[in-house]
Design a protein around this ligand. Structure first.
Ligand SMILES: O=C(O)CCC(=O)C(=O)O
Ligand SMILES: [Fe+2]
Length: 277
């Protein structure tokens, strides 16, 4: 779908279509206000029955064994729907908050965990957040989308065994403002079964471009870098399941400016990272 067509689709819906008026919930034990990633907070409900969330002609880059980047795989309509879903869930109980790392310091981003409670300090240990809120559900459409991403990646590989299938039951949603960073880490809190089978992590990017650094070592000089743009889907599973990775620098471009204007997304980057526990 081209941009002018999407603009035409969104505008009438904002003016005439059904609107969700977002409630403002407050966490029990904090004065933190709900964190809104869009402005204004009145959102259109899109009827997506005729338009796909996926661009079938996405290009594919193999970055390593079991590590694949699908460029521009999520359609603009898919991205709008994902922003809306994250906005809706993120403003409610268990929604966006600033988490602590293992050393008790604030991470420089907003986060929420869907489907299962995960946080950077305690992993999957606790079923609820410290304010008692349960994780919001992981919407079925997002489960199907993550599975479709893995199937598309498998179709580009010679040997399917390099990348096992997975059915996500948790999705960590991060919102980075333009100065946010995510330090080098491994995603290794999932079950030993999930990790030893190399069940892939799927990461979807929306909004500003990000420098994603990765490698099989903690040595910063030996890391590779790839730019993740709005609509990209990155998969790392199989032999790359335990790569070290982090997000260093965010940048805007013409296309991200469009995304921010059309979606009313606050300047920054939304990432959704799916895993099977
Ligand atoms: O934002 C990203 O692309 C990566 C997020 C990530 O690594 C994580 O949530 O563990
Ligand atoms: Fe990660």
């Amino acid at each position: 779908m081209n941009h002018s067509r999407l603009r035409g689709l969104i505008k009438p819906m904002i003016q005439d279509g059904p609107l969700i008026k977002l409630k403002r919930w407050y966490h029990n034990d904090s004065i933190e206000e709900p964190f809104s990633i869009v402005n204004p907070i009145m959102l259109p409900v899109l009827n997506d029955s005729q338009y796909s969330w996926i661009n079938k002609n996405a290009s594919c880059q193999i970055l390593g064994p079991g590590m694949i980047l699908l460029k521009n795989y999520i359609s603009l309509l898919g991205q709008v729907n994902i922003v809306n879903a994250c906005q809706y869930l993120g403003m409610g109980p268990g929604g966006f908050y600033v988490p602590n790392n293992r050393y008790g310091h604030d991470l420089r981003l907003h986060m929420m965990s869907l489907g299962r409670n995960w946080d950077p300090a305690t992993g999957y240990e606790k079923p609820c957040r410290s304010d008692g809120s349960k994780p919001p559900p992981l919407p079925n459409q997002l489960v199907h989308l993550a599975k479709a991403v893995v199937e598309e990646a498998q179709a580009h590989l010679d040997d399917d065994d390099e990348l096992p299938s997975m059915c996500p039951d948790v999705c960590v949603v991060n919102f980075y403002d333009m100065r946010s960073r995510l330090g080098l880490h491994q995603d290794c809190d999932e079950s030993s079964d999930s990790l030893t089978r190399g069940l892939p992590v799927v990461s979807i990017s929306i909004g500003a471009n990000a420098e994603f650094w990765y490698g099989h070592t903690r040595d910063e000089n030996k890391l590779d870098k790839v730019i993740l743009e709005s609509g990209d889907a990155l998969i790392f599973g199989g032999k790359s399941r335990l790569i070290f990775h982090g997000v260093r620098k965010l940048n805007s471009s013409w296309s991200t400016t469009f995304v921010h204007e059309a979606f009313h997304l606050t300047p920054g980057r939304l990432s959704l990272t799916f895993r099977q526990f």
